[in-house]
Design a protein around this ligand. Structure first.
Ligand SMILES: [Zn+2]
Length: 283
């Protein structure tokens, strides 16, 4: 009997040892894995930091090169035209404009509003600049207050980022920066905040006159769209009603080509075409 009890005790103790051994093993293994994971996370964090530094350097270099390029272009007297399209995109006009630009192998700048957002991507994919023209484009809403303007601007910015991955820094005021639809004090506050947040607004120095009515005759658009200056920022629209702008576009391009102009997109480093000057920076 005693012998049997001794055996049972022995078996039980062995079992206990085995059990606690397993717990110990699991704990050690867990700790080792945790340690390895923490090391991996640390390594990844360091990699992210390094890549961010590299990205900032590349961006700075890119901005410097763009600036240099613009300076050289100005020194050499190379003429440039910035084709700009406001109030789109629209399914009836924007794809036709993009087709024409593609055929001519030139790029334009699209000041979009918050409509047909699935069309933003093609604009970006084909190398054009996408820029902010406000989400609603409703004067009494966007110019109601500084906050109303920025709420609307951020809404469009977020939509553009979601659809294209691009965070645009170039904007255009509905009606231009000299619009009288915005109370003066509100507009000043908006300009100050745009500057503080790194936005550059672009007006125009050449008006196709396609905003003067719908179906403005092609000949009139072609005539108005050529401005004999070294740097042209040409205002056009790709909204639903502006069908004659599309019809005039090839002739407008041909005119500038024949006069030796190159075609560029607007960036924050481009020459500023502003009816009301933007301060250089805000402290
Ligand atoms: Zn507009």
């Amino acid at each position: 009997m005693k012998k049997i009890i001794t055996w049972i005790m022995l078996i039980l103790s062995l079992g206990m040892i085995g059990y606690s051994g397993q717990i110990m093993y699991t704990n050690i293994k867990g700790n080792v894995e945790k340690g390895t994971l923490q090391k991996d996370i640390k390594k990844l964090d360091e990699t992210i930091k390094e890549k961010n530094i590299m990205l900032t350097e590349v961006k700075t270099k890119d901005a410097e090169l763009r600036k240099k390029y613009n300076e050289i272009r100005q020194q050499k007297g190379i003429k440039v035209v910035y084709l700009t399209f406001d109030d789109g995109p629209t399914p009836n006009n924007t794809p036709r404009i993009l087709d024409i630009l593609k055929k001519n192998n030139i790029k334009g700048t699209f000041f979009v509003i918050g409509q047909n957002p699935d069309m933003y991507k093609r604009i970006v994919d084909e190398g054009h600049a996408i820029a902010i023209h406000t989400y609603s484009h409703i004067y009494k809403e966007v110019y109601a207050s500084e906050d109303a303007f920025f709420k609307d601007l951020y809404k469009l910015r977020d939509l553009i980022i979601e659809k294209t991955g691009v965070n645009p820094k170039v904007t255009r005021f509905p009606g231009g920066s000299s619009t009288t639809r915005a109370p003066k004090a509100i507009k000043q506050a908006i300009i100050k905040r745009l500057t503080k947040e790194g936005y550059v607004y672009q007006d125009w120095n050449c008006d196709s006159t396609d905003a003067s009515g719908n179906k403005v005759p092609v000949e009139k658009l072609v005539r108005s769209s050529f401005c004999n200056v070294r740097e042209v920022n040409l205002l056009m629209h790709d909204s639903y009603a502006k069908t004659t702008t599309v019809e005039a576009l090839q002739q407008i391009i041909d005119t500038y080509k024949s006069k030796g102009y190159i075609f560029e997109v607007l960036t924050v480093d481009s020459p500023k075409f502003q009816h009301i000057k933007q301060p250089e920076n805000i402290d």
